[in-house]
Design a protein around this ligand. Structure first.
Ligand SMILES: [Zn+2]
Ligand SMILES: [Zn+2]
Length: 261
């Protein structure tokens, strides 16, 4: 089975002891491409994913400021993001968005930093990777006012209605370990109604490991479990779902030509 993990935090300190082995296990499990998310610990370091993607041909990178870190962003941060968006391995902008669950940054600052980054992503012609938690309506409002491109609703945990809203805006939905959790029936229903050409899978590792490894540190090799469950929910084979989600990732993220190319 050939798989694409569309969302990983392999720079996380939880991988410091065995990052190489984790990447080897990912390859052995059939992961043929992987998107390293570059938000790291926030500004001033914006290159957490680029450092990884530069070392592995099958890895791609994003750049962006996570809503948690919005208060750390300065004018210099945005200037640097504009430059980094031209790096050949950078294929998307993110994860950006709003997180009203933790409120690590003030909400008005989160919104302003989100809007500014949508502008930079638009200029770069790149898809965006959206993180939204307990902020669905505001996220849609900001996208409605400031975004006309495509992107990914990462770790989609909404219901059928919210899936419809995101799909109407042209977004892809990326499903992760949550789809395997017993109580997540609304998320499985959202996965059922998602058109096959808008479907992606992700681990969001080290977070949100799927059943039967739930509670452990997550890693790309565990994506197989999510793919199996999602395939069962949609009534297709795991191989077919893996192939479809890999093609979707390629079409959305890898066909895009950076200004340097
Ligand atoms: Zn996230
Ligand atoms: Zn993430």
């Amino acid at each position: 089975m050939k798989l694409v993990d569309s969302h990983c935090h392999l720079d996380d300190h939880q991988f410091d002891e065995d990052r190489e082995q984790t990447i080897e296990r990912a390859r052995a499990a059939g992961i043929e491409a992987l998107m390293a998310i570059g938000t790291g610990n926030g500004p001033p370091d914006l290159e957490a994913a680029i450092r990884l993607a530069d070392r592995y041909p099958f890895m791609y990178a994003t750049v962006g400021v996570h809503p948690h870190d919005a208060a750390k962003a300065t004018a210099g941060t945005f200037e640097e993001l504009r430059d980094l968006a031209r790096h050949p391995k950078v294929k998307a902008f993110g994860e950006i968005g709003l997180d009203y669950h933790y409120d690590f940054s003030p909400r008005d600052v989160q919104r302003a930093v989100f809007e500014t980054q949508l502008g930079i992503a638009d200029d770069a012609g790149m898809p965006v990777v959206i993180h939204t938690r307990e902020a669905w309506d505001d996220t849609l409002a900001v996208l409605g006012a400031h975004w006309r491109g495509g992107g990914i609703m990462h770790c989609f945990t909404g219901d059928e209605r919210q899936a419809g809203q995101a799909l109407d805006r042209g977004f892809h939905l990326a499903f992760g370990g949550v789809v395997t959790f017993p109580k997540a029936e609304p998320v499985r229903q959202a996965a059922r109604i998602t058109p096959e050409d808008r479907l992606l899978v992700e681990t969001d590792c080290p977070y949100l490991a799927p059943v039967p490894v739930r509670g452990k540190r997550n890693e790309p090799a565990f994506l197989v479990e999510t793919v199996r469950k999602l395939a069962e929910v949609r009534g297709v084979t795991p191989e077919s779902l893996a192939g479809q989600t890999s093609r979707n990732f390629e079409r959305l993220c890898l066909r895009h030509a950076t200004p340097n190319e």
